[in-house]
Design a binder for this molecule. Structure first.
Ligand SMILES: Cc1cc2nc3c(=O)[nH]c(=O)nc-3n(C[C@H](O)[C@H](O)[C@H](O)COP(=O)(O)OP(=O)(O)OC[C@H]3O[C@@H](n4cnc5c(N)ncnc54)[C@H](O)[C@@H]3O)c2cc1C
Length: 469
């Protein structure tokens, strides 16, 4: 084999140079590397906010590569067809990528591998998206885990290899393949006027992700357990946005928090556990791929959830009349993320009080979240609805008022996001009305609605349906 024959590195949700197992190995071979991102069917189907945020990640990664005299080739279409074209254009004979674990990505990658190998090309996939690959974590009888705590116990003390140094150089090929212009993909199109608002809350790219981790570890992780449940506090890391696009590796997050834990910071262990919830979601998606689009538990298909309705539309728009629910829904629309406590409350309210199918909520989240992740989102929704593994029991119905009393006692979160209710709120509440589609026809001067069902009636209705399941 000629040492000048290029290798294609296919980037997906691993847009970084630091601690990059696959890229380090491929570049270490000393041959030219062609970094490629393909907007395939999977990315084309992304919702508005994730697709727009992907565009920001790609812009940043293009600059990162330019700084080391390399280049991101952007192409759109079926992955296998595009790779085959690039091989023809450049003479590349080897393709590498970081493994993904959701069912759509797995089936795409299997096809690519089989077809390229049939043509005599070398294909290599690498670990990087997860700390613990699903097939390496087994129960004592060789099965997979359906409950989080034993999963955590089985991985918590595992050896984690040190981080790899940042890739500083990628040898360029003699000939770069042709590339699309990122703007021509229109990734911001579906965001409409929300883009400028959400942009203010983003933290894009590898350098900023690293800073975000360092800032969290040097300060907030010490108080993580005691502050992470309060949506008005900056108590969590915010790293989901960066982990989603691979702007930071999960291993970097683990190692930083683990060092803090070893230095005696016990609250860091709670953060490690959260990172492992992400692992667990992919464990489940790998072994039970139906978790993404069907009730995970048997016997739930006849549960009397409704599909979209007037009340679920009000939920999407942050107009249910239940302040904490509406504040959280607006937080998502304005910032592109929602505090975990908010996610649990709004999901419980939709699936229990409003008796609406979790897929309606999961679908709306997949449109609005810049940290949208197929596995974490599905697991979170099925947990809240009761249809998932390790799910919240049916009688656990979050009462948004008592949640507000516990976690937003001084009303700061609600004041921040509900501009028509609290005139002393911040810019975010006003921004909500600037971000939403004009056709919703909502203004800050509208009166705040009454709930379509009282919390007590919603709870009773839901308990009745769940206990008769
Ligand atoms: C209904 C519902 C939907 C959700 N949808 C998503 C989603 O689309 N994308 C997403 O990344 N998370 C999702 N989560 C999980 C969780 O809410 C977010 O990961 C968290 O709020 C992100 O904020 P953070 O980075 O500040 O988290 P931190 O508290 O700082 O936690 C660190 C990291 O741990 C992981 N993590 C934490 N909690 C969970 C969890 N419950 N499940 C899986 N991973 C977790 C995330 O990668 C997170 O970035 C969802 C939860 C629920 C209840």
């Amino acid at each position: 084999m000629n040492n000048d024959t290029p290798i294609i590195y296919l980037f997906r949700r691993d847009l970084r140079l630091g601690d990059h197992v696959g890229l380090s190995e491929a570049s270490g071979l000393g041959r030219p590397i062609i970094p490629v991102f393909i907007l395939d069917e999977i990315f084309q189907n992304y919702g508005a906010a994730p697709q727009w945020r992907l565009g920001l990640a790609l812009t940043s990664f293009t600059e990162t590569l330019a700084n080391i005299s390399s280049k991101l080739t952007l192409r759109r279409g079926n992955s296998l067809s595009v790779i085959s074209e690039i091989i023809k254009e450049t003479g590349a004979n080897e393709v590498h990528w970081t493994r993904a674990y959701d069912p759509a990505a797995i089936s795409r990658d299997k096809i690519i591998k089989t077809e390229l190998e049939l043509k005599g090309l070398k294909v290599k996939s690498h670990q990087g998206h997860l700390l613990f690959e699903p097939w390496t974590v087994k129960t004592k009888v060789g099965g997979f885990y359906k409950v989080y705590t034993p999963y955590w116990n089985s991985v918590r003390d595992r050896y984690i290899a040190p981080e790899l140094p940042k890739v500083e150089k990628l040898r360029p090929p003699k000939l770069w393949p042709k590339s699309d212009e990122l703007l021509s993909w229109g990734l911001a199109f579906k965001m409409n006027r929300g883009a400028d608002i959400v942009f203010k809350h983003t933290c894009v790219g590898e350098d900023k992700a690293k800073d975000r981790l360092q800032e969290f570890i040097s300060d907030r992780v010490m108080l993580y357990n005691s502050s992470r449940d309060f949506p008005s506090k900056k108590g969590t890391s915010g790293l989901s946005e960066n982990l989603t696009y691979g702007e930071i590796s999960i291993r970097s997050c683990w190692i930083a928090a683990h060092e803090s834990f070893l230095k005696g910071n016990e609250e860091a262990e709670v953060f490690l556990k959260e990172l492992v919830w992400r692992e667990f979601s992919y464990h489940l998606a790998y072994y039970t791929p139906h978790i993404l689009d069907r009730n995970w538990r048997d016997g739930w298909d006849k549960f009397p959830w409704s599909d979209s309705s007037e009340s679920s539309d009000a939920w999407c728009r942050g107009k249910t009349g239940v302040e904490l629910v509406d504040a959280a829904m607006r937080e998502m629309y304005v910032t592109g993320t929602m505090h975990n406590r908010g996610r649990m409350i709004v999901a419980s309210y939709l699936t229990k009080h409003l008796m609406t199918h979790w897929k309606v909520g999961a679908g709306w989240f997949s449109e609005c979240l810049i940290d949208w992740d197929p596995a974490a989102n599905a697991m979170g929704w099925q947990w809240a609805a009761g249809s998932g593994p390790d799910a919240s029991p049916y009688f656990r119905i979050f009462n948004p008022d008592s949640q507000a009393e516990r976690f937003d006692k001084n009303c700061e979160y609600r004041i921040k996001f509900l501009a028509e209710v609290y005139s002393d709120g911040g810019q975010e509440g006003i921004d909500y009305f600037r971000a939403i589609p004009r056709e919703w026809n909502l203004t800050i001067k509208d009166s705040y609605p009454q709930p379509s069902i009282s919390l007590a009636d919603g709870r009773a209705k839901s308990l009745h349906a769940y206990s008769n399941k």
